[in-house]
Design a protein around this ligand. Structure first.
Ligand SMILES: Cc1cc2nc3c(=O)[nH]c(=O)nc-3n(C[C@H](O)[C@H](O)[C@H](O)COP(=O)(O)OP(=O)(O)OC[C@H]3O[C@@H](n4cnc5c(N)ncnc54)[C@H](O)[C@@H]3O)c2cc1C
Length: 416
């Protein structure tokens, strides 16, 4: 069914009885050409591009819960392409370009809202670093504008410019950054993949891999064994647990990250604002709630629930740049399990087991990467070659001494 304004109108006038389910609920077939493990944003996008761009339709997505139950439905919805390093920037810019055409392509309202992202800086050296980042972005075709204090005051006069510890000295502004409604992305890709013939199998947990003589021949699941020409894992926060079932140890740790939403307020935040001297980022949803987050909790866990010390830390970050946020009442908060890599950058790669592929290590930033990650993973699966923008996201990069340390902070997940 194609969605359109006319369809909404005619359905509204006829009792909304003609809508059909957005995707089927098939039982698994005995075998597929490709089985994608994990029905989060990345798994669904991969399946969609396999069908649409590479003509591969005998594909299944196997999801242990329901679509949107993982990080794709738990994040703070920020999209941007304001990276510095050559290994990252072209990839995230590809993702931004794919976001820009996504709703028309999927015929699905994902509420892509390019309201801009403002990264504040609080010292002269930090401003120099932001100018360098902005130049790197522009060299890869992205948009970046350096704002001085007056430029920021025009957009957000209520910020605490003269805070004694963290005075606001300037900002880098990416007008094409913004937010996208997170779970609509999962639903839109699911619908698109289903229309391309992909079987989406929910409530089906992968419990093991069928590996014979070093070749992966399929997966064991809670709904039985499924054969596969190729198995593509993308289970985000569960990466280390799932890949351990194939005998692999990854350079990834799982940590919880929390998100927060306040009561609805009148429009106050133009786009996304980030604090440059700590970890705090905030935007405003269409319903008016301030949506914000900060640091990971800092201990290893697979729990989707965080602890109070980080709540305090995040709120302190908010108060440091925007004291009026202290008047807003917090309505709800939740956690998601982050697949934190040791350099803060992801992996899209084949593994030492033939036919077994891995996508993960997305840390805080995998939502914005969803379209490019799906596209590049599908490219690798279909052609056997990494996509040019994802060629640095290799599993052996630490052994080769080639990490992609975007922040230059060293090999600790809590620093990225
Ligand atoms: C609080 C929070 C805020 C965030 N904010 C942002 C942000 O603003 N911007 C941004 O870019 N990124 C953000 N992120 C990160 C982003 O959400 C993730 O990096 C990204 O969603 C991960 O990819 P995914 O969507 O495929 O993951 P998920 O949705 O977690 O998908 C993985 C799926 O694998 C399934 N699975 C696990 N084990 C198995 C198994 N054995 N068998 C079958 N299926 C299995 C899970 O059930 C899950 O549905 C945030 C994350 C959190 C938690």
């Amino acid at each position: 069914m194609r969605y359109s304004a006319l369809k909404v109108l005619t359905q509204g006038l006829t009792g909304n009885k003609g809508w059909t389910p957005a995707w089927r609920e098939p039982e698994p077939k005995p075998a597929y050409d490709i089985v994608v493990v994990g029905g989060g944003g990345h798994g669904l996008a991969t399946a969609y591009y396999l069908a649409r761009e590479f003509g591969l339709h005998n594909v299944a997505v196997v999801e242990k819960g329901w679509l949107g139950s993982g990080n794709v439905g738990r994040n703070t919805t920020i999209v941007r392409s304001n990276y510095l390093l050559e290994g990252n920037q072209p990839f995230y810019e590809l993702s931004m370009k794919l976001w820009e055409g996504l709703e028309q392509e999927l015929n699905y309202n994902a509420m892509v809202s390019q309201r801009g992202i403002l990264n504040l800086c609080h010292s002269d050296p930090q401003r120099d670093a932001f100018v360098r980042r902005g130049n790197s972005m522009r060299l890869s075709g992205a948009d970046a504008i350096i704002l001085d204090e007056a430029g920021i005051r025009e957009k957000c006069p209520y910020l605490d410019f003269d805070n004694a510890r963290f005075p606001i000295r300037g900002a880098i502004w990416q007008p094409r950054g913004g937010t996208v409604r997170h779970d609509a992305v999962a639903w839109g890709y699911a619908r698109g993949a289903d229309m391309g013939g992909v079987d989406i199998i929910q409530n089906c947990e992968v419990t093991g891999f069928r590996i014979e003589n070093g070749v992966c021949k399929g997966v064991e699941t809670s709904k039985g064994s499924i054969g596969a020409g190729k198995v593509a894992v993308c289970v985000a926060g569960s990466s280390s647990r799932v890949m351990a079932r194939a005998g692999m140890r990854l350079p990834i740790e799982s940590h919880v990250l929390q998100a927060f939403v306040t009561e609805g307020l009148k429009p106050v935040i133009p786009g996304v604002i980030t604090f440059g001297a700590g970890h705090f980022y905030v935007s405003q949803s269409d319903k008016g709630g301030l949506v914000f987050g900060g640091d990971i909790d800092g201990y290893n866990t697979y729990a989707q629930r965080g602890n109070l010390p980080v709540v305090e830390d995040v709120c302190e970050g908010g108060m440091a740049i925007m004291p009026m946020i202290g008047r807003a009442r917090l309505l709800r908060m939740w956690g998601g399990v982050m697949d934190m890599s040791m350099d803060g950058s992801p992996f899209i790669d084949r593994t030492p087991v033939d036919g077994l592929y891995f996508n993960g290590g997305w840390c805080y930033g995998g939502f914005k990467a969803t379209p490019a990650s799906g596209y590049c993973y599908a490219h690798l699966l279909a052609t056997g070659r990494p996509h040019e923008t994802a060629q640095h996201f290799r599993l052996d990069r630490f052994a080769r001494g080639a990490p992609i340390d975007e922040k230059g902070q060293g090999a600790q997940p809590n620093l990225h």
